[in-house]
Design a protein around this ligand. Sequence first.
Ligand code: PLP
Length: 461
Amino acid sequence: MSDTTQPDLLELERQYCSWGDTVHYVDPPKCFARSEGSYLYDAEGTPYLDLQMWYSASSFGYGNRRLNAALTRQLETLPQLACQYLHRDKIELAAAIARLNESRFGVKGRVHFNVGGAQAVEDSLKIVRNATGKSLVFAFMGGYHGRTLAASAITSSYRYRRRFGHFSDRAHFVPFPYCFRCPYDKHVEDCDLYCVKQFERSFETEYNSFWDAKARESEFSAFYVESIQGTGGYVIPPPGYFPALRKILDERHVLMVDDEIQMGFYRAGKLWGIENFGVTPDIIVFGKALTNGLNPLSGVWARENLIAPDVFPPGSTHSTFSSNTLGTAVALEVIRLTAEHDYEHATQQKGAYFLTQIRDLQRRYPKVIGHTDGMGLALRIEICREDGFQPDRELTDAMFAEGLKGDLVANGRRMGLVLDVGGYYKNVLTLAPSFEMSESDIDLAVELLEQLIRRCAPGRV
Ligand SMILES: Cc1ncc(COP(=O)(O)O)c(C=O)c1O
């Protein structure tokens, strides 16, 4: 079986793999054989510069030696252990994350582990429901929290729910401050945060349906936020937005749950993306880069009053692999790595360099790029029609597919470019490059992006 050729493999896949995942978003599906640093390699050894790093799960570089070594050490020490027993790495990891949050927010809390992002989101929903006795939550239009049943119910896209009936309480979706395409047709320069004011007005009278003024109680228990929308297209809110929202939530006794699964662990220039906006959440959900994409691990941090043992007692939630020894060992090494190196500085400085170059591309190709933005190493390029505003999904898809062909040429070498497409209109290149990328890699990335533009939109350059 091991000498199966590439066409044979694709035929096997066609017949025997479920197509229910996202592999067939591109035709033909793409197969890779090796990964290292910022690159993926196909079976012929062609390098593909990766600007999405497993949707930000492998932020510290593919095959990161130090993190791989932590995994190998654990493989040789305590490779398996039922999660009902304790082991050192789990305890130290929970303590490290809780202390990091204590130092940042001045709040004592605890950590609960699971394996995937959506599962941790589900655990957070349990914590919220258990603590408040209420099951209704707010979430953002454009928000993404995963595809298990409950996570889909608070994820904005109906597309992810359409086939599956109604299974959990659907969130009430609130417009996100996507200022380039303001949901209220305002301009950020002079809107005075109109969108927050609209949200606040929903609590003004009981007839707006959210608030019982006599009981001083909201029907909603929590607001699920992403500090920067990930799948929604790396949309960065204006600076005053979250403080204003937090104030309203405090007044209405609504918890703030911050989903940092994609932006956490320095993607947006800080440990948590929300730190860029100066507010303290009640619950933080994390996953992805916690283990650099090695043995999966996710988790929830919650304020003590929401998760203390007398409130959230033993057995409240559990999964066989939840605090697995391999994942916790790597995660602890990630925490040590980030304590020893200044990732705030590195991601902010490299991100600023990258953003300057992308803005230059936007200036040179105004009939292709309508908007660019970035925070840390979370960067966005919004692909638009000639007017610089109407979303151009076809061109975005074409650039994505062209990058995967592996026949771009740079420095005299054939190579490919791995992109990710997000956004409300699926017209945004969401860039999540490796933190280890050098300035010359960034220059190369911009050169390859420019080649894609010139190939896919020759009439608009
Ligand atoms: C913000 C956010 N929340 C939740 C999830 C779901 O995580 P997972 O795919 O690990 O279930 C994702 C995944 O992309 C995400 O970006």
